[in-house]
Design a protein around this ligand. Structure first.
Ligand code: TRP
Ligand code: SF4
Length: 400
């Protein structure tokens, strides 16, 4: 059912690492078995900042999809596609641009933040200002209800909701809306129609939120009424216009608990990351040489796990007994740091082995990923076209 669609996108910025795995990808893998999910390569979004070197994006995007598949994202459950291969996103973006006040875009906090952070690039562009608008189009074109994103993206989802409301307000009030809505209620059958009208009155007259929820649930259950009528009734229920575009919600992704090798957030740009498909020797070496409690200079010096990034990694991988072993061994200098790191190395390698293994067939045969994306794009375009048909109709742009 379209109401529970989940959508998320990722810009192709480089090889994914364990931080992505523990933060984002494990969450996607869980979601794909619970909802219809769409995951896409946001290559147009990457272009807003990397327009000077666009040629690398294709390869990086492709590798990123291999990382997704390697992490367990399953193309038989989720739809995987590339943004730029679904031009409907651009059409919706353009139409929404007509009703988007400049001030809304200028006020999005990521706009000035990113401009300052990427000061070496010229980002006073139309496309960069429109970044959140393109994201809003990505989301609304699939009528996605849930958008798994990190905290930094929440303002973009808020922006999307405001835009959905503005669109529905402007274009949901078709001629004869009132009559069409009354006719649609009748289609529920007399008993449900009476209940629906009663709940609507309770909400509109007394602001009864419970009544609103019950009426919405009642509509959800009606699988047989046409979507147009459902959109009409969802809007009419709240005293507004047809709900053509869905107000999405952020599904906050918990930050990965796995720190980078230096204890900071794991990030490629900090040089503290472990790649998802990194060679085991290189991974082991990185962990063996990662910093520990700086006060523990000699083997005989006792250490303090709370000041050590290795301890943070044990939090992710170790059981209670192991953690007790570390704490005791470290604070009494009974174990050395290399000894302490070994179980972390073992755990990380054990986690990465099946990931690397799952990636191999895609590396051996590039046609596999190509086909997955081609199928995903077909599917996405079908869904996007449905929304665009309704959007065009609502805006008086269906000339055929
Ligand atoms: N802006 C997102 C990020 O940087 C990527 C993105 C683009 C996205 N379009 C989206 C995320 C739509 C969720 C939904 O992480
Ligand atoms: Fe860190 Fe372990 Fe060394 Fe203690 S023993 S400082 S927790 S690596």
């Amino acid at each position: 059912m379209f109401e529970t669609r989940v959508l998320s996108g990722m810009r192709p910025t480089g090889a994914l690492h364990l931080g992505h795995y523990h933060g984002v990808l494990k969450n996607w893998v869980k979601l794909q078995s619970e909802h219809p999910c769409l995951f896409f390569v946001a290559d147009w979004h990457a272009l807003t900042t990397d327009y000077e070197k666009p040629r690398a994006l294709q390869r990086v995007g492709n590798d990123m999809v291999i990382d997704w598949l390697a992490a367990g994202v399953d193309p038989s459950q989720a739809t995987l596609f590339v943004q730029s291969l679904v031009p409907e996103h651009a059409e919706l973006h353009l139409l929404l641009s007509m009703i988007t006040p400049l001030g809304w875009l200028e006020r999005v906090p990521t706009y000035k933040d990113q401009q300052e952070k990427l000061a070496d690039r010229e980002l006073s562009t139309y496309g960069f200002l429109g970044y959140p608008l393109l994201q809003a189009a990505d989301i609304m074109i699939y009528r996605a209800k849930y958008v798994p994103v990190g905290e930094d993206q929440v303002p973009h989802i808020e922006f999307t909701r405001e835009l959905a409301r503005r669109f529905n307000h402007l274009y949901g009030r078709e001629p004869g809306f009132e009559e069409k809505s009354r006719a649609a209620v009748k289609k529920l059958g007399s008993k449900k129609a009476r209940l629906f009208n009663e709940l609507r009155a309770r909400f509109l007259e007394n602001g009864d939120a419970e009544a609103l929820k019950r009426a919405q649930a009642l509509l959800e259950e009606q699988q047989n009424i046409p979507r147009g009528d459902r959109e009409r009734l969802l809007g009419w229920l709240e005293g507004g216009g047809k709900k053509i575009l869905v107000e999405a919600e952020a599904l906050l992704t918990e930050a990965s608990r796995l720190p980078g090798l230096d204890g900071q957030k794991m990030s490629k740009s900090y040089g503290n990351a472990i790649g998802l498909r990194e060679d085991p020797d290189s991974v082991a070496k990185k962990i063996r040489t990662m910093p520990t409690d700086p006060a523990r200079v000699k083997r005989a010096d006792p250490g303090n796990p709370d000041k050590c990034p290795v301890w943070d990694m044990h939090q992710v991988y170790a059981d209670e007994a192991r953690k007790a072993w570390v704490r005791k061994g470290c604070t009494t200098a009974a174990i050395g740091c290399l000894e302490c790191k070994q179980p972390v190395i073992d755990a990380v390698l054990a986690e990465l082995a099946p990931i690397r293994e799952r990636a191999q067939p895609y590396l051996d045969d590039p046609a596999l990923v190509k086909n997955i994306l081609a199928d995903g794009c077909d599917n996405a375009r079908k869904l996007a076209a449905e929304t665009m048909r309704d959007v065009r109709e609502a805006m008086g742009l269906s000339y055929t």
